[in-house]
Design a protein. Structure first.
Length: 302
C-alpha cells in the first residue's frame, strides 16, 4: 500500500484489486490510520478477521488505498467540541459509504453500523480471550458521584434517527437476539429473584417517573396493538401456586392505609375523560360470588 501525499480527515477504503472488495473506514488523519492497519496486518494480529484472512491469502501487493470522501470542520481540532463535531460528520459519512458499497455483506467490514460494534458477533475464541483478559478487572470498582454525573451529562440530548432505530431493532430481534431460544435455569431465576427482592425505588426516582408520564396519552392505535393476541399475557393463565404467592406477598401492604384527600383528588383528576373499561359489561354469577367471598374474608381480617 502506497503512502498518501497529504494528511487529511475523511473516509478511506482498502481496496482489493483481485476480489474488488473494500474495507471502508474513517479517520481524523487517514495516513496514520492506514499505517496502523498495515502494521497489524503484517504482524497477523488485526482484529478484523475478514480483512486479515484476505490479506494473508492475496498478499500485500494487491491492496490499494482510496480516499472516498474528505471531511472538514471549521475550528481548532485541539478543542474537544470541534473534534466531537468532526467525529459526528465522519461517522455519518462512513455509514453512507458502508451502505453504498455494501461492504459488510460484499466487503471486509464486520460492523453494520459506523462507529459501533452493534450487530457484530465475536467468535468463541475471541470471547474466551476477552473473558480471560477481563477477569478480576473492575471488581469492586465504584464510580464517584462526579464521574456518574459526567456520564449522565454526556448522554443527555442524544437523539437517534428513525432509520438507525429500525436498524438497531432489526439487529437485535428474532434469532439475532443474544437470548433467542435460551431458557433460564431455576438456579438463575432464583438468583435474579434474590437480587431484586427488597429493592425499593427512591422518592426522587418515583417523582421523575411521575413527571415524565404526566400528560402522556396512549393513542387508540397503540391500545389496539397491545390488545388481543398482541398482548404478551394473551391466552396465559397463572397457576394456583403463582396466584397464592402474589396474594401472600401483597397481604398487609395496604392494611390501615388511607389515601389522603390530595391523593384522592389526583386519582379522580387522572381518571376523568378515560373510557370506563367496565361500561356495558356484566359480571357473571360466578364472578359476583367470588367478589362477595373475597370482600367477606377481607372484612373479617380487619
Amino acid at each position: 500500500m502506497k503512502d498518501l501525499d497529504i494528511y487529511i480527515s475523511g473516509i478511506y477504503c482498502l481496496y482489493n484489486k483481485v476480489t474488488r472488495k473494500r474495507y471502508s473506514g474513517q479517520a481524523i488523519i487517514i495516513q496514520q490510520r492506514v499505517d496502523g492497519h498495515v502494521k497489524k496486518l503484517k504482524e497477523n494480529r488485526h482484529c478484523n478477521l475478514k480483512l486479515q484472512n484476505a490479506y494473508n491469502k492475496y498478499g500485500p501487493s494487491v491492496w490499494e488505498v482510496q480516499i472516498l470522501e474528505e471531511v472538514r470542520v471549521y475550528g481548532d481540532l485541539r478543542k474537544k467540541k470541534v473534534r466531537k463535531r468532526l467525529n459526528r460528520k465522519l461517522t455519518i459519512a462512513e455509514q453512507f459509504w458502508i451502505d453504498y458499497y455494501d461492504s459488510v455483506e460484499n466487503g471486509y467490514n464486520i460492523c453494520e453500523f459506523a462507529g459501533s460494534m452493534l450487530g457484530y458477533k465475536h467468535t468463541l475464541k475471541q470471547r474466551k480471550k476477552m473473558s480471560k483478559n477481563g477477569k478480576g478487572k473492575g471488581k469492586g470498582k465504584k464510580f464517584t458521584k462526579e464521574h456518574k454525573k459526567k456520564m449522565s451529562e454526556s448522554q443527555k440530548g442524544r437523539l437517534v434517527d428513525d432509520t438507525t432505530k429500525r436498524k438497531i431493532s432489526k439487529s437485535l430481534s428474532g434469532k439475532n437476539h443474544p437470548n433467542f431460544g435460551k431458557h433460564l435455569s431455576e438456579e438463575t431465576k432464583r438468583k435474579i429473584g434474590t437480587a431484586n427482592s427488597g429493592h425499593k425505588v427512591s422518592k426522587q426516582t418515583r417523582k421523575q417517573i411521575s413527571d415524565r408520564l404526566k400528560g402522556s396519552v396512549v393513542s387508540k392505535e397503540t391500545r389496539l396493538k397491545r390488545s388481543g393476541k398482541n398482548n404478551p399475557w394473551y391466552g396465559k393463565h397463572l397457576s394456583k401456586e403463582h396466584r397464592k404467592k402474589i396474594s401472600d406477598s401483597n397481604k398487609g401492604k395496604n392494611k390501615g392505609k388511607k389515601a389522603s384527600p390530595e391523593t384522592l383528588r389526583k386519582m379522580s383528576k387522572a381518571s376523568k375523560g378515560r373510557p370506563n373499561s367496565m361500561k356495558g359489561k356484566k359480571l357473571s354469577k360466578e364472578w359476583r360470588r367470588k367478589i362477595s367471598l373475597g370482600l367477606a374474608s377481607f372484612h373479617k381480617s380487619l
